[in-house]
Design a protein around this ligand. Structure first.
Ligand code: HDE
Length: 687
C-alpha cells in the first residue's frame, strides 16, 4: 500500500483527498484493479496499452542489483556510538572530543566468500563494517572479525577472491574454501599463513554475530588539533564475550537454519537484548613501530596486546532493526576512504588499494555516482559542494553557483560553499621522502611465519586440535596431491608438530619444508589470541528445553527462571509445535517442533520428559539426534528422571556435564557458556 508521503506532491487538495490507502502507479495514477491485466475480451489477448501491468512487471524485472563481489551475504542494524573516554590529545575527530557524546551508526556483518543467498555458517572470515554518522561527515571503519589479512598488497586481492570463489569451470563449491583453487593459491602465497591459522581456528565459526570481536586490521593514524599524528589500530570487543561453535555444529546449523546469524541478530534486537561492543585503540609512535620485528604497515601482522594494551574509548549499541532490508542493508555503501578530520590513513599497501576499490564498486552495484543520496549512505551533517547532475540525481540545487571560484555573492546571489580551515588535512609526512617509484615489496614484509607460529602457540590444546582438524578437513577436499603437499611444506615453517599432525590426518608423508624468505622467530605467546582463555559470560546464551506431555511443570518453570536470571533465553521444543500438556494439566506452547530445532541451535539442553513421553521419543530419530549431538558437542545436558531411557539409547556417558534435574537446574544454567572438552576424544578420532 502506498504511504501518504510516497504520493506525488501535487499542487493542491486532490492528493490529500485521495487519502493514503489508494494504490497508485509510480506516477501517482490511481489503480482500479490489481488482480487482472487489461484484455481484449475475457479470454482475449493482453493489450500493450496496459501501462499498469507493464510498469509493475518492468519494476519487478529490475528489482535485483548486482550483489557485492565479496561480503555479499550480510545483515545489519542501526545503533549508537558513545564516546566513553575523550581523546582530544590524540585526535581532533569530533566524535572523540567529549565523554558521553553520541553519534548514530549503521553496522553490517557479512561472510566473505558466499553469494547473497548462501548460508550463514560457512567456515569464513566475517566482515565487521561500521558507518559512524559524525558531525563532520561519515567515518566508515570497514573491518573483519580477524585482525590480520591473507595478503599484503592490493595487487593480489582479485587473485585471492577468484581462488576462493566457486571454481571458474564448474560453479562450485559455494561459500567454501575447501577446494583446489583456494589452497593452490594459498600454498603459493606464504604471506597468507598467519591468516590461515586464524581462518582454520574457531574464529571463523562464530556462535553469534553478537559474540565476535572486530578489527580495523590496518594501521591508521589519529591526528590532533595541532596536527600531531600517532599510529592506531582499532578493536571492537563484544560485551557478550567471544564465542564459537564447533565445525560439526556449523555444518548442521546450516541445514537447520541457513539464516542462523541474521535471525539471531534480528531476534535479539526485537526483544530488546541489544548487542554491545566496546571500541578500543592501540596507539603507538614511530619509535615503537621501528623497533618491532614486523612492519606495522603489513596487514598480515598484528600488534600483540601484551606490547600495546587496548585502551577502551567508546561503546556501540545496536538497537534498531532496519525498516527495509534492501533499502538499508543491501544498499549501504561502506568506503574505507570515508575518514573524518582527525583520522587518516597509513601507507599500508592493502589499505591504499581499498581506498580506490570501494568507491569504484559502488558505481557498479548502485548504478550511479549519487549513491550517497540513498538515505542509509547520506551524512547526517550538512553537505554542500559543486558536484552536480548524474544518474538518479534526487537533490534539486538552487541558483547558478555550480563552479568555484565565483563572485555571484557580490550580485546578491548564493555563491555556494567554500573550503574552510577546519577541513580535512592529510598528514603531510612521507615515510620515504626520497623513495623511487617502483613495483616493490618492502624487505620488512618478508617474515611470513613468526606470527603464524605465535598464534598457534597461544592456543589451548583443544583449540590447537581444532586448527589441525580444520586443516585436515579442508585439505582432504583438495584433489590435487601436489597442492596438499605444498601446504604441508609451508606448515612446517610454522611448526613441525603442526605439520606432522596434519600430514597424519591426511595419511600423507611430510614433505621437506619450503625455505622461508626469512626464518620464523619464536615470539612470546599471547593469551589474547585464544578464545578459550577469555571470559565467557552467560548472557545471550540459549537453553533448549525438550518437553513432552506430562512433563514436570515446576521444573520447566525453575529452568526458565534460572535462565532468565542469568540473562539467557529459553526455547521450548516439543513433539508438536502446538505444545504439550504438563503434569499439572496446564498447556505449554512450544517454540519449535523437535525436527525443526536440533540441539545445535542451543548452548545447553534440558530433557524434561515424562516416562511415557520418553518412550514415545525413543521412536523419533530427531529426538535421539538432539541428545547424542548435545553430548558429542560437549554441551551440558540436564535431564528429568524420565529421560534416562533416552540418554541410554543416545549413547550418553555420564560425566560432570550430565546433570540430574531438578537438583541440577541452576548448575545446568551455569554451564551455558562452557563445554566439557574431555568428551571430544570419546566422540572423535584423534587428529
Ligand atoms: Fe574489502 N571489499 N577489499 N576488505 N570488504 C568489499 O566493497 C577490497 C579487505 C571488507 O558490509 C567490496 O562495497 C579490496 C580487507 C568488508 O558492505 C569491494 C581489498 C578487509 C566488506 C572490496 C579488500 C575488508 C568489504 C565489495 C584489498 C578487512 C563488506 C562490495 C585491497 C579490513 C562491507 C563493496 C559491507 C567489501 C574490495 C580487502 C573488509 C569489492 C580491493 C583487508 C567488511 O570493494
Amino acid at each position: 500500500m502506498a504511504r501518504k508521503q510516497d504520493l506525488p506532491q501535487g499542487s493542491g487538495g486532490e492528493t490529500q483527498q485521495r487519502g493514503s490507502d489508494v494504490l497508485t502507479t509510480n506516477h501517482g495514477v490511481p489503480v482500479s484493479d490489481n488482480q487482472n491485466s487489461l484484455k481484449a475480451g475475457a479470454r482475449g489477448p493482453t493489450l500493450l496499452e496496459d501501462f499498469v501491468l507493464r510498469e509493475k512487471i518492468f519494476h519487478f524485472d529490475h528489482e535485483r542489483i548486482p550483489e557485492r563481489i565479496v561480503h555479499a551475504r550480510g545483515t545489519g542494524a542501526h545503533g549508537t556510538f558513545e564516546c566513553t573516554e575523550a581523546i582530544p590529545e590524540l585526535t581532533r575527530a569530533s566524535l572523540f572530543q567529549n565523554k558521553g557524546a553520541k553519534v548514530p551508526v549503521f553496522a553490517r556483518f557479512s561472510t566473505v566468500a558466499g553469494s547473497k543467498g548462501s548460508k550463514d555458517t560457512p567456515r569464513d572470515v566475517r566482515g565487521f563494517a561500521v558507518k559512524f554518522y559524525t558531525g563532520e561527515g561519515n567515518w566508515d571503519l570497514v573491518g573483519n572479525n580477524i585482525p590480520v589479512f591473507f595478503i599484503q598488497d592490493a595487487m593480489k586481492f582479485p587473485d585471492l577472491v577468484h581462488a576462493v570463489k566457486p571454481e571458474a569451470d564448474r560453479g562450485f563449491p559455494q561459500a567454501a574454501s575447501a577446494h583446489d583453487t583456494f589452497w593452490d593459491f594459498i600454498s603459493l602465497m606464504p604471506e597468507s599463513m598467519h591468516m590461515i591459522m586464524w581462518a582454520m581456528s574457531d574464529r571463523t565459526l562464530p556462535r553469534s554475530l553478537r559474540m565476535m570481536e572486530g578489527f580495523g586490521v590496518h594501521t591508521f593514524r589519529l591526528v590532533n588539533a595541532e596536527g600531531a599524528a600517532t599510529f592506531v589500530k582499532f578493536h571492537w570487543r563484544p560485551r557478550l564475550g567471544v564465542q564459537s561453535t564447533l565445525w560439526d555444529e556449523a555444518v548442521k546449523i546450516s541445514g537447520a537454519d541457513p539464516d542462523y546469524h541474521r535471525r539471531d541478530l534480528h531476534d535479539a534486537i526485537k526483544v530488546g537484548d541489544f548487542p554491545e561492543w566496546d571500541l578500543g585503540i592501540q596507539v603507538f609512535d614511530d619509535a615503537f613501530a621501528d623497533a618491532q620485528p614486523y612492519d606495522v604497515l603489513d596487514a598480515t601482522k598484528l600488534i600483540p596486546e601484551e606490547d600495546v594494551p587496548v585502551r577502551i574509548i567508546g561503546r556501540m549499541v545496536l538497537d534498531r532493526w532496519p525498516d527495509n532490508f534492501f533499502a538499508e542493508t543491501e544498499q549501504v555503501a561502506f568506503l574505507p576512504s570515508n575518514v573524518v578530520p582527525g583520522i587518516d590513513f597509513s601507507n599500508d599497501p592493502l589499505l591504499q588499494g581499498r581506498l580506490f576499490s570501494y568507491l569504484d564498486t559502488q558505481k557498479s552495484r548502485l548504478g550511479t555516482t549519487n549513491f550517497h543520496q540513498i538515505p542509509v549512505n547520506t551524512p547526517k551533517c550538512p553537505m554542500h559542494n559543486f558536484q552536480r547532475d548524474g544518474m538518479m540525481q534526487t537533490m534539486v540545487p538552487q541558483g547558478r553557483a555550480n563552479y568555484e571560484p565565483n563572485s555571484l555573492a557580490e550580485a546578491g546571489e548564493d555563491g555556494g560553499p567554500r573550503a574552510a580551515d577546519q577541513g580535512f588535512v592529510s598528514v603531510a609526512r612521507f615515510a620515504e621522502p626520497a623513495a623511487e617509484k617502483r613495483r616493490v615489496r618492502a624487505d620488512s614484509f618478508a617474515d611470513h611465519f613468526s606470527q603464524a607460529r605465535m598464534f598457534y602457540a597461544s592456543q589451548t590444546t583443544v583449540e590447537q586440535g581444532h586448527i589441525v582438524a580444520a586443516l585436515v578437513f579442508e585439505l582432504s577436499k583438495v584433489q590435487l596431491p601436489h597442492v596438499r603437499a605444498r601446504v604441508l611444506a609451508q606448515l612446517r615453517n610454522i611448526g613441525d608438530d603442526l605439520a606432522t599432525r596434519v600430514a597424519d590426518g591426511l595419511g600423507a608423508k611430510l614433505p621437506p619444508a619450503i625455505a622461508p624468505a626469512r626464518p620464523a622467530l619464536d615470539l612470546a605467546a599471547s593469551d589474547a589470541l585464544s578464545i578459550l582463555k577469555k571470559k565467557a559470560p552467560l548472557t545471550g546464551r540459549c537453553l533448549g528445553i525438550l518437553v513432552t506431555d506430562g512433563a514436570d511443570a515446576d521444573l520447566v518453570a525453575a529452568l526458565q527462571q534460572a535462565a532468565r536470571t542469568a540473562g539467557a533465553t529459553v526455547k521450548i521444543i516439543a513433539p508438536k509445535v502446538g505444545g504439550v500438556v504438563l503434569a499439572d494439566g496446564k498447556p505449554l506452547p512450544a517454540d519449535e517442533k523437535i525436527d525443526g530445532a536440533p540441539s545445535v541451535l542451543f548452548d545447553a539442553v534440558a530433557l524434561v520428559v515424562s516416562d511415557d513421553g520418553a518412550q514415545t521419543l525413543l521412536g523419533e530419530k530427531a529426538a535421539l539426534d538432539f541428545v547424542s549431538d548435545a553430548f558429542a558437542h560437549c554441551k551440558a545436558i540436564g535431564h528429568s528422571p524420565g529421560a534416562q531411557a533416552l540418554l541410554d539409547k543416545a549413547g550418553v556417558i555420564p560425566d560432570s556435564f550430565v546433570l540430574a534435574l531438578p537438583e541440577g537446574a541452576k548448575g545446568l544454567v551455569a554451564l551455558l557458556s562452557s563445554r566439557d572438552w574431555s568428551r571430544e576424544p570419546k566422540v572423535k578420532l584423534p587428529v
